[in-house]
Design a protein around this ligand. Sequence first.
Ligand code: SAM
Length: 261
Amino acid sequence: MKDVEAAMMTPTSFDLREKRRHTLFADIWGELIPQVFEDVPRYYRFGNIVASFGFWELWVWQFVGTVALNPGDKVLDVCAGTNDIGIRLLQKQPAISVTAIDRSREMQEEGQNRARDYGVAIDSVIHDVHALPFPDRSFDVVTLQAASRHLQLNKVLPEIMRVLKPGGTFYHCDMLKPSNCLVEFAYLRFLRLSVAWTAFVFGSTEASRNCRNYFMDAIANFYTPEELSAIFRLVGFTNVTCDKSIWGGMVGFHKAQRPIG
Ligand SMILES: C[S@@+](CC[C@H](N)C(=O)[O-])C[C@H]1O[C@@H](n2cnc3c(N)ncnc32)[C@H](O)[C@@H]1O
C-alpha cells in the first residue's frame, strides 16, 4: 500500500505535503530550531549517542560508508552542523575538498574546532540552505544528514540538483517516517522518552524542551523511505536507491544522481 502511495506521488501531491509541513512548522523552523542549535553544540554528539542508546554512531558510519569518493572530488555538506560528516569523509579520502554550509554559527564554530582537532580543513559557509550560494554545477558530491525534517524539500532539493555537476551524486540520511505503522507507533513513543531523557541528562534550554512534541510531529508528517525515493525522482534525480533502511525505515540511506545530460 505504501509503495502504491509512493508511486502515486505527483508534483501536486508533493507540493501539498510540503505546504502542509510549512503551515505546521514554519514558526518552529524559523525561530525555535535556530535557538535549539545555539545550545546544542556543547552536547550534540554525546546527546545523540545518549538519545539513541548508542545507535547514532552506527548510523553515521553506515551513512559515510555509502558515500563513494574519488581523489579531487569537491564535496558540499548541507546542514553540516558540527562537521561530523565532513570530518569522516576526509578521513576516508583525504584528497577531497569539503565545504560545509549551515545557518548556525554556533554549530559551525564547534565544527571548525572539531576539524582542527582532527587535523582536517573544511571551508565554512554560514547561510540558509534553501538558497545555496554556489554557482551551478560546482560539486561532485553533496551530502545531507539528519536535517531534512527541518527543511522545505521542494526548495532545497532543486538547489542541491543545481549545484551538483552532471553525473554528481547526492547522499541523504535522516530519521524517516517508517513505512510500517506499528514500527511508527513504537518509534514515536521511543522518541518521546529519549528526547525527555536527553534533556534531563544534558540540562537542555527552554527552547529544546519546547521542541519535544515537534521532534515527533516532524517525523509523523515526514516521508517514508519509498516516498522520499519518489520525491527525488520527481525533482529530476536518476539512479535513486535506498539500499539500507533500519527497522522498517526509521533511518534511511538514499543515494541519487544528477543526470549526465
Ligand atoms: C541535527 S543537525 C545535523 C548536523 C550535522 N549533519 C552533524 O552531523 O553535525 C541539523 C543542522 O541543520 C541546520 N539547519 C536547520 N535548518 C537550516 C536551514 N534552513 N539552513 C541552514 N542550516 C539549517 C541546523 O543549524 C543544524 O546544524
